[in-house]
Every structure is written in structure tokens, then in C-alpha cells.
Design a binder for this molecule. Structure first.
Ligand code: SF4
Ligand code: SF4
Length: 165
């Protein structure tokens, strides 16, 4: 629910700082007395995010819980800030998978390139923003944590596929 945008014109003549301070205090006092919920009561109240919100990643999983990533290496190659760490491996059947897959959400700029480039639609950005942490290390999401994330997937920029799944 974005607020109303007001355009304030520059004054033509020199204005008094005293008058400006008085005007500012008058506005402050007006809002103080007639406060019509200027502050959102988070976390009881939350923003409703748009379907194209690009937030915390999540990894799609197979029915048996395995990550869908096939360790192709495209997402770390395309990531403009180099925040994806991938160590691919091959199982006994010659199937590739990610032995190590990490995303540093602190460094990520949420551009969506990783999701766009993924050939198996494994990695997605999520409609999610509540990822505050107390330590820098906790911002590095490993594969297990990415697979556990179950928030909605972003629609990104493909309106023909709103669920992006
Ligand atoms: S959203 Fe962009 S910056 Fe973030 S991990 Fe994906 S490619 Fe990298
Ligand atoms: S692009 Fe997809 S399949 Fe390839 S490494 Fe990234 S998540 Fe895995």
C-alpha cells in the first residue's frame, strides 16, 4: 500500500529557516495528533507482496526430496555478483547432481538470472523477504536450506507462466 506522492516545488524567493522549521514542526505536530496509522505494526501487519517480487531463493525438489539441480554450472556462470557456489558430482548412474550448492543471499542482488538460465527450473527466487539474521554466515544458504524453503515462487517476468513452476 504505497503512500501518496506529493511534489514539493522549490521556493522562488529566499525563505527563512526559522519559518521552515516552524512549518516542519506544525506538520509533525499535526501527524502526532491526527495519527492515522502512519506506522505499520510489523510483524502483526505485513506487506502484501506482488507476484513478481524477487526475494529469498528456494530450490525445487523431486518427489523423493532430492534437489532438482543437475549441477550444470550455468547459474554460477551467469551470476553477476558471483554469489553461487557449486561443486557438481556424478552418481553411479552417471547422473549429475550438486554435491555442494550455496547461495550467499547477502551478496545476491536478486536479478533473477539464475532462475532464468536454469535448464531444469530448479533454482527460483521466492516471494519472501523475512530473512534477517544475526550473523553474516547465516546468510549463506546451503542446499538443504534452499530445499526446505517452501514460500511461493516468483512469477519473475513471464506473465504466461505466473507460478513459474
Ligand atoms: S538472483 Fe542474480 S545475483 Fe542473486 S544468485 Fe541469482 S544470478 Fe546471482
Ligand atoms: S542452472 Fe539450475 S541445474 Fe544448473 S547449476 Fe544452477 S540450479 Fe543447478
Amino acid at each position: 500500500m504505497p503512500g501518496e506522492v506529493r511534489i514539493v516545488e522549490r521556493p522562488e524567493r529566499e525563505s527563512s529557516y526559522v519559518r521552515a522549521i516552524g512549518k516542519g514542526l506544525r506538520i509533525t505536530f499535526k501527524h502526532f495528533v491526527h495519527a492515522d496509522k502512519p506506522t505499520q505494526q510489523y510483524p502483526d501487519e505485513k506487506w502484501e507482496l506482488g507476484p513478481r517480487w524477487r526475494g529469498t531463493h528456494r530450490m525445487a525438489v523431486h518427489e523423493d526430496g532430492r534437489a532438482k539441480c543437475v549441477g550444470c554450472g550455468l547459474c554460477p556462470a551467469v551470476c553477476p555478483v558471483n554469489c553461487i557456489k557449486l561443486i557438481p558430482a556424478e552418481d553411479e548412474n552417471g547422473e549429475r547432481y550438486a554435491a555442494v550448492y550455496e547461495i550467499d543471499e547477502f551478496r545476491c542482488i536478486f536479478c533473477g538470472f539464475c532462475q532464468e538460465v536454469c535448464p531444469v527450473e530448479a533454482i527460483h527466487l521466492g516471494v519472501h523477504y523475512e530473512n534477517a539474521e544475526y550473523s553474516r554466515e547465516r546468510w549463506v544458504y546451503d542446499l538443504a536450506r534452499l530445499c526446505e524453503n517452501d514460500h511461493p515462487v516468483t512469477a519473475l517476468w513471464d506473465p504466461a507462466d505466473p507460478s513459474s513452476e
